[in-house]
Design a protein around this ligand. Structure first.
Ligand code: S3P
Length: 444
């Protein structure tokens, strides 16, 4: 499973201005869902712009092992679905690699299928909490047997007669919301999920696109989502926009390196994903959106970012769900800004691909930045320039790796990472694309 070959170290050095126009790979969240929903629909779903990153390829492998036919057709992907309740028992363990989204959403699907399945993942995923999905999903009647601490490997014995769930999420998590909704697809009756704050709504949007009945209403600060069970999901074509969470890295590099101006074309701009851009505007960033349009049911646009002397920011906890994956790169930008920034309410970062709260603090500290963690807040003392010179431990976490490489574009001394291999989980081609813009990232 884990490779014995040496991990590729990369050194990032201060760069000349970054310029150019690029597209980033497809949205990771939407790509997982397109494959899963396609596998549950009747007919053939065509997906264009699918992210061909490791995480999504794990989902493709798992859906194939469950009986869906999935193939590549030129640049598109085709999924011949099995219909709701139609997945078949996998002959072997399902290995979800590094992907929490794949594991948690699939747990929801498997709960309401009458089959036996075992799911595992890499060393990072095997540390991540699964109780957040196991607890609600048990209410369907499915059985779950996990390693201590509710970690993978996880055995799921799904049920033929799933009960529809009524569940209020204790934490704002699109993965848990989606797991409950997906279990509800094959339950008789209405599944209800209430979220304390709105989280990315790609599942709701795409379920409707495939013909399911989903209603959404406001509930306090959050939302109440209702799904009518056992719909006939019909195959539907999906156009995957560029991932705004991937766009964040070239945008940050452009903001950091004097003289830079970069355009990211066709990036997804779902308002439940754009908290980073709101925060960057508060920092004074020169950021504009051009050609705003709707593509495949999702808002999309071209983002233009140009070098800016940034000021510090205070990001409220309520914004976290709309930028949950962007804190490591925002922290790098705060380190280069003038003044003390406070990023609030980051408890969920502790259970990502790594403990991203402490690992982001360590990433900055090893590069000479003064940082504190106070409760669930990250405080960064920016001085307008980053010393650099550190070797960053990336803990099998793609976003830490890319954040450190962007930091090195603007720090006084080069910054290095201990392992570039996990970048491919979400952003295959990152180094080539960044080098094409003028970034200075070399094997070390
Ligand atoms: C995702 C939800 C978020 C996010 C992850 C993708 C999704 O996780 O961090 O990268 O596709 O639903 P949580 O639901 O755990 O916040």
């Amino acid at each position: 499973m884990e490779s014995l070959t040496p991990r590729p170290h990369i050194s990032a050095r201060p760069a000349a201005p970054l310029t150019g126009s690029i597209g980033v790979p497809g949205d990771k969240s939407i790509s997982h869902r397109a494959l899963m929903f396609g596998a549950l629909a009747i007919g053939q779903t065509r997906i264009s712009g699918l992210l061909e990153g490791e995480d999504v390829l794990r989902t493709a492998g798992a859906m194939r092992a469950l009986g869906a036919e999935i193939s590549r057709d030129g640049a598109d992907w085709l999924v011949a679905g099995r219909g709701i309740g139609g997945l078949t028992e996998p002959a072997d363990v399902l290995d979800m690699g590094n992907s929490g989204t794949a594991a948690r959403l699939l747990a929801g699907i498997l709960a309401s299928h009458d089959l036996y399945a075992v799911m595992t993942g890499d060393a990072s995923l095997r540390k991540r909490p699964m109780a957040r999905v196991i607890e609600p999903l048990k209410g369907t009647g499915a059985q779950f047997f996990a390693r201590s601490g509710n970690r993978l490997p996880l055995t799921i014995i799904g049920t033929r007669e799933a009960m529809p769930l009524t569940y209020r999420l204790p934490v704002a998590s699109a993965q848990v919301k989606s797991a409950v909704l997906l279990a509800g697809l094959n339950a008789r009756g209405v599944t209800e999920v209430e979220e304390p704050e709105p989280t990315r709504d790609h599942s709701e949007n795409m379920l409707r696109h495939f013909g399911a009945q989903v209603s959404v209403e406001r509930a306090g600060k959050g939302r109440l989502i209702r799904l009518t069970g056992q719909p006939e999901l019909r195959a539907a074509d999906v156009v995957v926009p560029g991932d705004p969470s991937s766009a964040a890295f070239p945008i940050a590099a452009a903001l950091l390196v004097p003289g830079s101006k970069v355009t990211i074309t066709g990036a997804g701009l779902n308002p439940l994903r754009t908290g980073l851009f709101e925060s960057l505007r508060e920092m004074g960033a020169e950021l504009t959106i051009e050609n705003a349009r709707i593509e495949g049911g999702e808002p999309v646009g071209d983002i233009v970012a140009a070098y800016t002397e940034l000021r510090a920011v205070d990001v409220p906890a309520e914004r976290a769900p709309s930028m949950i994956d962007e804190y490591p790169i925002l922290a790098v930008l705060c380190a280069a800004a003038n003044g003390t920034s406070r990023l609030r309410g980051l408890s969920e970062l502790r259970v990502k691909e790594s403990d991203r709260l402490s690992a982001t603090a360590a990433l900055l500290r090893v590069n000479g930045v003064q940082v504190e963690i106070e409760g669930d807040d990250l405080i960064i003392h920016g001085t307008g320039s980053i010393p650099g010179g550190g070797l960053v431990e990336t803990h099998m976490d793609h976003r830490l790796a890319m954040s450190a490489l962007v930091l090195g574009q603007a720090s006084k001394e080069p910054a290095r990472i201990d392992d570039a291999s996990f970048i491919d989980t979400s952003f295959p081609g990152f180094l080539t694309l960044m080098r094409g813009l003028g970034a200075n990232m070399v094997a070390a």
